[in-house]
Design a binder for this molecule. Structure first.
Ligand code: ADP
Ligand code: MG
Length: 288
């Protein structure tokens, strides 16, 4: 079966930043969270998928098609939410819709009006009168109103209050009931993913750290606590990173089963949160 989104060996270099050999594969029917700290390369990757930036090398396929050769057809089937508002500030919501909707073959006014109402956006308001959260909601309403098969969103939850954020997550969970659809969204807020993501792709400093199912990730890594005495040059290799304090240490194990085998009763192994995992990986990179 073709992947709904497939990125092979993607490279893009800026003066002071490089996306290096990115590989991501995502199947329809799932939600993939694209996570990483600020400056990791999330927006750059998404802009490359949307052909808003020119890649240096590599391949991007959406619905099995090259994203540049088939740009027009692909974009018709993608609901896209950018990290910043790109609407004309002087126009009203309705005028904005009139400009955008003709670009989509399957535009559905009824759905759009339903979302406006649900989000509490008045159609007569000018864009400049909308708060950041409201603009994000408008962007979402548009992305959800042309029967898109793939939603690609860049930090859609940032700037939203907790209630709207959880509403959005519900909408996504609902959308994905249709097994032909997929959602790919970036965030630096891991709690967005705890509930709804099936797959997690973690990027740091332009490189993919892992891209795997959330359950596998949470099953593989382990948060380990123990006495400092059990740390030596060999056992230290078991960890992504280690924090020591007066009483002992805490570390993220690369493979908790291996740690259990080697350290046995001497260590306490707990399930990490996605936050723990992200923090240990980014901390280590800072320390190098
Ligand atoms: P994220 O979305 O994960 O926060 P970005 O993809 O926006 O990260 O940025 C990654 C890095 O690339 C940052 O260091 C940023 O300054 C740099 N960058 C982004 N766009 C450009 C550009 N057009 N020219 C030069 N550097 C850029
Ligand atoms: Mg970004």
């Amino acid at each position: 079966m073709e992947h709904i989104l497939e990125i092979n060996n993607l490279n893009k270099k800026f003066r002071e930043f490089e996306l290096k050999d990115l590989n991501i594969k995502m199947d329809k029917g799932y939600i993939m969270g694209f996570i990483g700290p600020n400056g990791a390369g999330k927006s750059t990757t998404i802009k490359l998928i949307m052909n808003l930036l020119k890649k240096d090398s590599g391949e991007i396929k959406v619905f099995g098609m090259d994203n540049i050769i088939h740009e027009k057809e692909i974009k018709n089937r993608i609901g896209f939410v950018m990290d910043e508002s790109h609407f004309y500030e002087e126009l009203t919501v309705t005028e904005t819709k009139r400009i955008i909707s003709p670009f989509y073959k399957d535009w559905d006014d009824k759905t759009f009006n339903k979302y406006l109402k649900g989000f509490g956006i008045s159609p007569a308001k000018r864009i400049k009168e909308l708060s950041k959260g409201m603009k994000m909601k408008l962007s979402l309403a548009i992305a959800l109103s042309h029967n898109a098969q793939l939603l690609i969103m860049d930090e859609p939850t940032s700037g939203l209050d907790p209630i709207v954020r959880s509403e959005l997550l519900e909408i996504l969970a609902d959308l994905i009931q249709d097994e032909n659809k997929g959602v790919f969204f970036s965030t630096h807020i891991t709690s967005d993913l705890d509930k709804i993501a099936d797959y997690i792709t973690f990027i740091n400093e332009g490189r993919i750290i892992f891209s795997a199912s959330k359950d596998d990730i949470l099953e593989k890594y382990g948060l380990v606590k123990g006495a400092k005495e059990i740390l030596d040059n060999e056992t230290k290799q078991l960890f992504v990173g280690i924090k020591e304090n007066k009483y002992g240490f805490e570390g993220l194990a690369k493979d908790k089963h291996e740690v259990k085998k080697i350290l046995g009763e001497k260590a306490v192994v707990e399930k990490p949160s996605l936050d723990d995992i992200m923090l240990y990986f980014t901390r280590r990179t800072l320390n190098v």
